[in-house]
Design a protein around this ligand. Structure first.
Ligand code: NAP
Ligand code: MG
Length: 503
């Protein structure tokens, strides 16, 4: 047996172990809500079903939180904020607490990855990478605990003026189903490192890794009530959290439409709000780019996680002189992307999250054709079980078409030619969104010029989709308010107190 084969076999065995542990945990009975350090049924006694999107089979039942449970969780989080050792603890102790969570994630990474794949449908290689990133996020925020600084303000000799950066209090957090373990880790680690307590509501369509993560965090001995985990539906549990008068901040990741409702609900008590919303990101290829790399990345970004990624480069702008070549190469490469069982190592695209999401994506493929765009690839219905959609590539797209303006959240690419730099920037910015963008060129001056001109919270040059917890992430325009990661995210989970002393 060659070294490569031995490594592959060892990796497969390791994955099997994770899968076995994932199945054992999922099969161990209905999942409950975490409120005040205890796992409890929903007050209503209701549960909902969790479905495996690649088989359409029932995985398990989960307690369905509603407003009564949210009330109980907010009370528990408030009590923990006001009374537990969590808030006044030494920053070094808080760092150690976050690092312990990171170690827990690493120890259970295979299991978490397999749970994510069974629940969400993403390929196992992808969920494995994501679980590792989740641990890194806790380490990143663990490092911040000792670096959340106030300042001294110049004053006359008999005075002393300084600022303290203090936690906000009770944070409500709402996340989507697309990369749940990552979304949960970002929210939890950021709030915890700043000394807040929190209530997290995962999306009901994929909530299992959030629940397992909460169990693993409980094992690290956080005081009861510091984290509360309440799966439930958005219209009930989510809305109750956003409206709650004793929640100090709401951090929401999801669609722009629901983000607007969150803002309205937040006026009940003027809670602080941060929003990570949708995108329709431009990926701009100039004629002088390394086309091999650009084509690879263009396909990877619109197919990654079956297109269910907020920052996906779904609008591919190509200089007219290389448009035909790039369009042809992108289509040919996308056709080789394997769709199927997310547990199989060579699968590039698993299923979409639900039948509803699949039908929505298929309806956009129909709308693209009806609107006059030319479908180069994809579009046929998947026969058999699972909510699969193969990559679809549209050429001959104009910016006014629905497929070029609306977030599809599926593996659908729109290719649009441009004339020159100004045309690329104008078309790239012609959207209500502003989450991400990319530019491909060997001309350094042009790269920086276009990066500045594109209205997006993150711009990549000669790469796409690479992430680092130290890089701020968030939206221009209707893609959001505030930033996750970086100093900006510390500011978003703390508030400043100015103190004046007269001696
Ligand atoms: P969504 O429908 O907006 O839901 C997001 C979360 O909000 C879910 O937990 C949902 O609960 C909850 N929710 C729904 N209605 C609510 C309400 N009235 N009040 C409070 N909470 C409510 O979005 P999605 O379809 O799950 O996720 C896809 C969207 O998320 C896309 O637009 C994508 O771009 C965006 N996203 C953005 C980022 C980013 O960082 N910018 C990252 C990932 C995804 P239930 O689903 O359980 O009902
Ligand atoms: Mg949903």
């Amino acid at each position: 047996m060659g070294n490569e084969t031995a490594t592959a076999t060892a990796a497969a065995n390791k994955a099997d172990t994770g899968l076995a542990r994932a199945l054992a945990w999922i099969g161990s009975g209905p999942k409950r809500l975490l409120i005040g350090g205890r796992w409890v049924e929903a007050a209503s006694g209701k549960t909902f079903e969790v479905i495996n999107p690649s088989t359409e089979e029932l995985l398990c039942h989960v307690a369905e939180a509603n407003s009564a449970d949210i009330d109980a969780a907010v009370a528990a989080a408030r009590h923990a904020f006001d009374n537990s050792s969590w808030v006044g603890m030494s920053p070094h102790a808080r760092t150690r607490a976050l690092l312990r969570i990171a170690d827990q994630i690493d120890r259970h990474a295979d299991e978490l990855a397999a749970i994510e794949t069974l629940d969400n449908g993403m390929p196992l290689w992808f969920s494995t990478a994501v679980a590792t990133t989740a641990a890194d996020i806790f380490r990143y925020y663990g490092g911040w605990c000792t670096k959340i600084l106030g300042s001294t303000i110049p004053s006359d000799a008999s005075g002393f003026v300084y600022t303290l950066r203090e936690p906000l209090g009770v944070c409500g957090q709402i996340i989507p189903w697309n990369v749940p373990i990552l979304m949960a880790s970002i929210k939890l680690a950021n709030a915890l490192c700043c000394g807040n307590t929190l209530i997290l509501k995962p999306a009901e369509l994929a909530c299992l890794t959030s629940l397992r993560l909460a169990e693993l965090i409980q094992e690290t001995d956080l005081p009861p009530g510091v984290i509360n985990m309440l799966p439930g539906f958005g219209a009930t549990a989510g809305a109750a959290l956003a409206l709650h008068p004793d929640v100090d901040k709401i951090a929401f990741t999801g669609s722009t439409a629901i983000g607007k409702q969150i803002v309205q609900a937040s006026t009940s008590n003027l809670k602080k709000v941060t929003l990570e919303l949708g995108g329709k990101s431009p990926n701009v290829i100039f004629a002088d780019a390394d086309l091999d790399k650009a084509v690879q990345a263009a396909v990877k970004t619109f197919c990654g996680n079956s297109g269910q990624v907020c920052s996906a480069g779904t609008r591919l702008f190509v200089h007219e002189s290389v448009h035909d070549e790039v369009s042809e190469r992108v289509t040919r490469l996308a056709a080789t992307y394997t769709v199927g069982d997310p547990l199989a190592p060579d699968t590039k695209l698993g299923p979409l999250i639900s039948a509803k999401q699949r039908d929505r994506v298929l309806s956009y493929i129909e709308a693209g054709q009806a609107g006059g765009a030319s479908l180069q690839l994809g579009g046929s219905q998947w026969s058999g079980r699972g909510y699969f959609v193969a990559p679809a590539v549209f050429d001959g797209v104009t910016n006014g078409m629905r497929i070029a303006q609306e977030e599809i959240f599926g593996p659908v690419l729109s290719i649009i030619p441009f004339r020159d730099e100004d045309d690329a920037v104008f078309k790239g910015n012609d959207t209500t969104y502003g989450l991400s963008a990319a530019v491909w060129t060997r001309d350094v001056a042009r790269a920086h010029k276009v990066a500045r001109a594109l209205k997006a919270g993150r711009v990549w040059i000669n790469t796409y989709g690479e992430a680092d917890p130290a890089m701020p992430f968030g939206g221009y325009k209707q893609s959001g308010w505030g930033r996750e990661f970086g100093q900006e995210s510390i500011d978003a989970y703390t508030q400043v107190k100015a103190v004046m002393l007269r001696m």
